[in-house]
Write a protein that binds this ligand. Structure first.
Ligand code: 13P
Ligand code: SF4
Length: 399
């Protein structure tokens, strides 16, 4: 870890001292000349509506973060992260980059560098609207690919090459082509948690917040829904459809035997599949007043036993807008920290033994290197990109 340049007793008093504008900027690696360049770039920087303010002063950023995160991180780590984050913000402005951050990003990153945060659908929409030249996607590969699909002429960067997704890896373009042969004419809905070549084989994409609406918008008796087994079952329940799961062997199922109306796939999220009804029962025994929220990638019986189910942003809004004694989110644990930081009066329980190893690849340190060296560039072959764009744009048009 990069050490902070402050002693612990300095950190304890830093935010109590009155501080003034730019003279106080002290990001460790910045010279005055660079500052002037940043100021000039900032003057031209067209801030988009609702963008979060970019703090380039490391001390001010430290004070903001420590007010939010003092319960989850020690001061010296917050100070070190604030220095990296301030440097990222300065570079971001100078290079006309926009940073998109998924709700699962770790708290210090989530509350310091993204211009926009949100769930998959919100970030798709924002990626389409940005007027910046570089998009840095603090999320996993399939999300960065979606941003590229919607912005083929922009430079899209992802800070780590290792930020994959078990769900996206669970289905291939060849799998989709085989299903289309097996069920000719049946429209294919693909969850955005897939790679671009899979999206390219699809009629339309969906996210956890619009999956049922997308399926219904097709007005088709039968729909192929890929790749999440549990999301498909949850959508089947919501839309009143029977669901089947053909194996990878097409001979095992006769495509003309249609006493079902949703055709699923056995893909799973390695995080959400681990939450169980027993977890909910145990939490309710200890905390009978806890409100439990489950992401739609959880098993249907878990979603049924929870009090609410929705996308990552829908869950965050639910907590913000209700007044329960305490909440538990059945999703990546960073979400609980991020919500607690913004809503200090709300008590968040956390089940953190299950983490998303892919989302956790994205760090402030790697994001700084990503911006410094324009890496890692997300590229998609033109023909795949054009076909994937049709499916993603069609989803965005549905809502
Ligand atoms: P959201 O679309 O709800 O943000 O979910 C994305 C994801 O990867 C959940 O695991
Ligand atoms: Fe993929 Fe699950 Fe991680 Fe989301 S939480 S990125 S679906 S592995």
């Amino acid at each position: 870890m990069i050490p902070s340049k402050y002693e612990e007793d300095e950190l304890q008093t830093l935010c109590n001292e009155p501080r003034e504008g730019k003279q106080m900027i002290s990001a460790a690696t910045s010279s005055d000349t660079e500052l002037n360049e940043v100021d000039r770039a900032a003057a031209q920087f067209r801030v988009q509506p609702d963008a979060r303010p970019a703090e380039v002063d490391a001390e001010r950023l430290y004070c903001k973060l420590s007010a939010m995160l003092h319960d989850v991180m020690p001061n010296f780590e917050i100070a070190a992260k604030a220095e990296v984050a301030a440097e990222i913000n300065r570079l971001k402005i100078a290079k006309r980059a926009v940073i998109l951050g998924h709700n699962y990003m770790e708290p210090a990153l989530f509350h310091s560098i993204p211009d926009f945060v949100g769930d998959s659908l919100e970030l798709c929409r924002l990626a389409k609207q940005t007027d910046q030249e570089i998009i840095v996607f603090c999320g996993v590969r399939f999300m960065a690919e979606t941003a590229k699909v919607l912005n083929p002429h922009k430079l899209v960067l992802i800070p780590s090459e290792r930020a994959g997704c078990s769900l996206a890896a669970g289905v291939t373009a060849a799998d989709v082509r085989r299903l289309k042969e097996q069920f000719p004419g049946v429209p294919v809905v693909t969850y955005v948690n897939t790679y671009a070549d899979v999206k390219a084989e699809s009629d339309v994409c969906c996210t956890s917040s619009n999956a049922a609406a997308v399926v219904e918008s097709l007005h088709s008796e039968t729909v192929i829904f890929l790749p999440d087994e549990f999301l498909a079952q949850n959508v089947a329940r919501e839309t009143g459809r029977e669901i089947i799961f053909p194996t990878r062997d097409p001979k095992k199922l006769n495509g003309t035997d249609l006493n079902y109306s949703l055709i699923g796939w056995r893909g799973r999220c390695e995080v959400h599949e681990k939450f169980s009804v027993e977890d909910i029962a145990n939490v309710r025994k200890q905390f009978p007043d806890a409100v439990i929220l489950a992401h739609p990638e959880c098993r249907p019986e878990v979603v049924a036993a929870a009090d609410y189910s929705g996308s990552t942003t829908a869950m965050a809004r639910y907590v913000e807008q209700t007044n329960a004694p305490r909440y538990l989110l059945l999703t990546e644990c960073s979400m609980g920290d991020n919500i607690a930081a913004e809503n200090p009066q709300k008590e968040m329980l956390r089940l953190c033994s299950v983490r998303c190893p892919h989302m956790n690849q994205i760090t402030l340190e790697d994001t700084l290197e990503s911006l410094r060296h324009d890496r890692f560039v997300v590229d998609i072959p033109a023909d795949v990109l054009a076909r994937a764009a049709r499916a993603v744009e069609r989803m965005i048009a549905i809502g």
